[in-house]
Design a protein around this ligand. Structure first.
Ligand code: COI
Length: 357
């Protein structure tokens, strides 16, 4: 494929400089990728200046939420790289989400070229500190202008990128166990990375903050008994020195960080179980000191320790360690691979040549 480049995109790149404080997801690379679907096929991929897009108020995405997204990172710590981490896995999950949301499959070469090109052209703006990265956000929205409730026949695929520091400013999380609302149900959209799943978590996030928590632990929709995931992250705990994580179901998003940690745990000889985890049994094992560590993991969060789980009535269950030895070792190993300081399993890292312009 050949990438079309809008002349204003080069001007935008030349005029851009990183602000001193970048935060997470608020400083945006001056270019973005765009590809349109109409008449039954995807068109040409183009790099354009980053900026507002024009949508008709009748576009289906605005009413029926027909959309999907991904999150992935490129690293350039101490000027090495940029290194993209397992982006083919993001491409596969993107098309899994597309299938669930009645969005036409995006050819792998368009996804890969878009992600690699935005990394190459943003290379100068990728922060160099460990834990920082270029957070890349591919997405597809339904753009057909029509209020009928049926799948759109027009879509926009776009990729934007954000030079970012760590997602969580604080080092560890206080997590509310949500015993009433649910995020996903069997047969629903829980395994798709689609905005509606995140929108469904927002009301609880407001309640959590009011109660002094920072994130939510979601239980299964049917029984509210079994741990599923956190908001935008997967969940792990260490019980009797065994790493445990909920086994994937049709209501849990299959995290690429989750999958990477399972591989790393095996390589590091850390005993591991993917199983159904009953929330009340986990609480009991925290109380009696068998569960010593818990953490959230995801592309944005990497590994963020959970310092306590708690209820709406204020009862809390504190973990033994602020960051336990297993969480620490997994985090150090994962980051060392992502940042190109240590060799990882085959195919996890692709080095991208910075673009000249
Ligand atoms: C990611 O880790 O990429 C996520 O999707 C979490 C996010 C919603 C910030």
């Amino acid at each position: 494929m050949s990438l079309k480049i809008h002349p204003d995109a080069i001007t935008a790149l030349k005029d851009f400089s990183l602000p001193e404080q970048i935060g997470f997801g608020s400083t945006i690379s001056p270019v973005m990728m765009n590809c349109e679907y109409k008449d039954g096929k995807w068109g040409e991929l183009e790099m354009v200046p980053y900026g507002p897009i024009t949508l008709s108020p009748t576009c289906k995405v605005l009413h029926y939420a027909q959309e999907i997204f991904e999150g992935l990172k490129a690293y350039r710590v101490m000027g090495k790289g940029p290194f993209l981490f397992r982006h083919l896995e993001n491409c596969k999950r993107f098309n899994h989400s597309a299938a669930r949301m009645a969005i036409p499959e995006l050819p792998e070469e368009i996804f890969m070229e878009a992600v690699e090109a935005i990394t190459a052209y943003s290379a100068d703006f990728i922060p160099r500190e460990s834990g920082s990265s270029l957070y890349i956000r591919p997405f597809i929205i339904a753009t057909e202008e029509n209020l009928g409730i049926k799948p759109s026949e027009k879509f926009s695929f776009m990729v934007i990128a954000s030079p970012s520091a760590s997602y969580f400013a604080s080092g560890s999380l206080k997590v509310l166990i949500e015993r009433n609302a649910a995020r996903a149900f069997t047969g629903g959209t829980g395994t798709a990375k689609t905005g509606g799943n995140y929108a469904a978590s927002l009301l609880t996030s407001v309640k959590a903050v009011e109660l002094g928590y920072m994130n939510t632990l979601w239980l299964d929709g049917e029984n509210r008994k079994y741990i599923e995931e956190m908001s935008g992250m997967n969940f792990f705990a260490v019980v009797n020195d065994v790493l445990v994580t909920p086994k994937l179901t049709d209501t849990i998003l299959a995290g690429i960080t989750r999958d990477s940690l399972i591989t790393l745990a095996k390589n590091l000889n850390i005993p591991l179980k993917e199983e159904t985890i009953n929330i009340d049994s986990l609480i009991e094992s925290i109380k009696i000191g068998e569960c010593t560590e818990a953490f959230a993991c995801g592309t944005a969060a990497i590994i963020t320790p959970v310092e306590l789980l708690g209820e709406e009535d204020g009862t809390t269950y504190e973990l033994k360690y602020p960051i336990g030895p297993i969480s620490k070792s997994l985090k150090e190993n994962l980051l060392a691979i992502q940042e190109g300081r240590m060799e990882g399993p085959m195919g996890w890292i692709k080095t991208i040549e910075p673009a000249t312009y």
